[in-house]
Design a protein around this ligand. Sequence first.
Ligand SMILES: [Cu+2]
Length: 269
Amino acid sequence: MNHWLHLPQLASQHGGALDHTLGLVHWLMLVLFLGWGGFFAYVLWRFRAKRHPAADHAGVKSHASTWLEGAVAVVEAILLIGFSIPLWADRVDRFPAPADATQVRVVAEQFAWNIHYPGPDGVFGRTDVKLVDTQSNPLGLDRDDPAGKDDVTTINQLHLPAGRPVLIQLTSKDVIHSFALQEMRVKQDVIPGVMTPVWFVPTVTTEEMRQRTGNPEFGYEISCAQLCGLGHYRMRGYVTIHTPEDFQKWMDEREAELKAEGSEDSVWK
Ligand SMILES: [Cu+2]
């Protein structure tokens, strides 16, 4: 079934189970569509006016449809209780420990994704709305806070290592956005004033996916899945999934840049 659904490529650990459930739901819908559609056509033929010139006020006496409806409800309950709820519980109730995960804060705004890494100390620096500068400091990060000195920030560039849980804290500066990573099967509304965690394990690096798809240009994207204003269509982020070594290399380069910048304007002391 999943082949026919033309789903995006799969690149996360939990995504397979989600696709499987999606496939089961579509099978049930196909059976219902054919079943009820066929029944409707049968009824039109069976109770045609030529054969029944006068209405039968007693109506149908068979209870077959009641049993059928009961059976459909049972199948739906199995899908819900047996598949969907355990999957959902895994997403929202079993978060990885922050120490075991790549931690990222993503702050959405019209129309960009601000990415914030805690740096080598693993602690996010203080942020303050008074420090926000749309050009130089969109996150309002306080570089004077000891925990904030090593924080790495980017705009629309999310880099992650494969094979390790990623724990993303989502919030928004203005309106409701939705953080969507199609290949990771991740979609989460981003609400101003609320930190919403979302987690997943990326399994396929960008490089591997380029080989798998035969498309050397392939790149993962963050798309905003909630109509959030006139520029919604261009609210696109870029995601690079690295091997753990390459991710570390990327992070080290950012740290080196940060130190170089810091020694220039003496923010890094
Ligand atoms: Cu948006």
